[in-house]
Design a protein around this ligand. Sequence first.
Ligand SMILES: Nc1nc(=O)c2c([nH]1)NC[C@@H]1CN(c3ccc(C(=O)N[C@@H](CCC(=O)O)C(=O)O)cc3)C=[N+]21
Length: 290
Amino acid sequence: MTARIIDGNALARQIRAEVAGRTAALKARGIQPALSIILVGEDPASQVYTKHKVNDSAETGLEATLERYPADMAESALLERIGVLNRDPAVHGILVQLPLPRHMDASKVIEAIAPEKDVDGFHVASAGALMVGRPGFWPCTPYGCMKMLESIGYDLKGKHAVVIGRSNIVGKPMAMMLLGKNATVTICHSATRDLKAMTLQADVVVAAVGKRNVLTADMVKPGAVVIDVGMNRNDEGKFCGDVDFDGVKEVAGWITPVPGGVGPMTRAMLLVNTLEAAERAAANRADPDD
Ligand SMILES: Nc1nc(=O)c2c([nH]1)NC[C@@H]1CN(c3ccc(C(=O)N[C@@H](CCC(=O)O)C(=O)O)cc3)C=[N+]21
């Protein structure tokens, strides 16, 4: 038996269509949802990614503005610019593309973003809100993974979910979201003694390390759901994930591909968060008699 594929491109397309509908409804009330993307420096991958985000936004009727600054921009100037965007009521979401140049403190920059505009969900206030189950913004990558599980009708209650990787932007928030759906969650990382013993028990595995072949067929319980967050290049320069897809697909029940899996979902959830930011701003400003 080979695993069924969770098609991230198809699901992302569906989500973008929903975003387009809700955006049209906001526009009909005179509100144009708007996202400001800040790119500092010339990193080629970042230039491609930010261009994608602008195009995705345009497709769904969101207004995305890309602001580009030189790599030697002073951190104080960036903080000042974020302050201006924070105070601008026409801007609903602010995204500072990472990585930032080395002379900048990324945490300090991200924490300068108003939490109600933190559509990346990277602010400590957003992390705290997720942890205690309060409204906020969920980081787009783990949020997209949850949507993929939802799309196959998967009930996480009582299931064992193993997350490989403990980053602040994927592993840790992923574990919190799975816990929120009543899964039993194990977080594995570089100091985990017997990774295979952990993953063999898992009903759901999320691989988010950033290294090829972290998960191979011998490590997967038959029928498990495998979500691949990795973004790597193989020896031929081809885009690949953390999971040995060809091997694991023969054991797993469901699997996400790379490319065409979590990546497009990450971008789709950014649109959802931006729209949500605009809807919340509209609700807060609405006349009580409205
Ligand atoms: N503030 C900030 N927020 C981010 O969300 C952020 C960031 N900085 N810095 C860089 C990473 C990377 N990232 C990707 C998202 C989607 C794809 C994606 O859609 N990948 C396609 C392939 C795209 C291609 O072919 O190049 C796929 O997996 O099918 C890739 C990369 C967001 N990031």
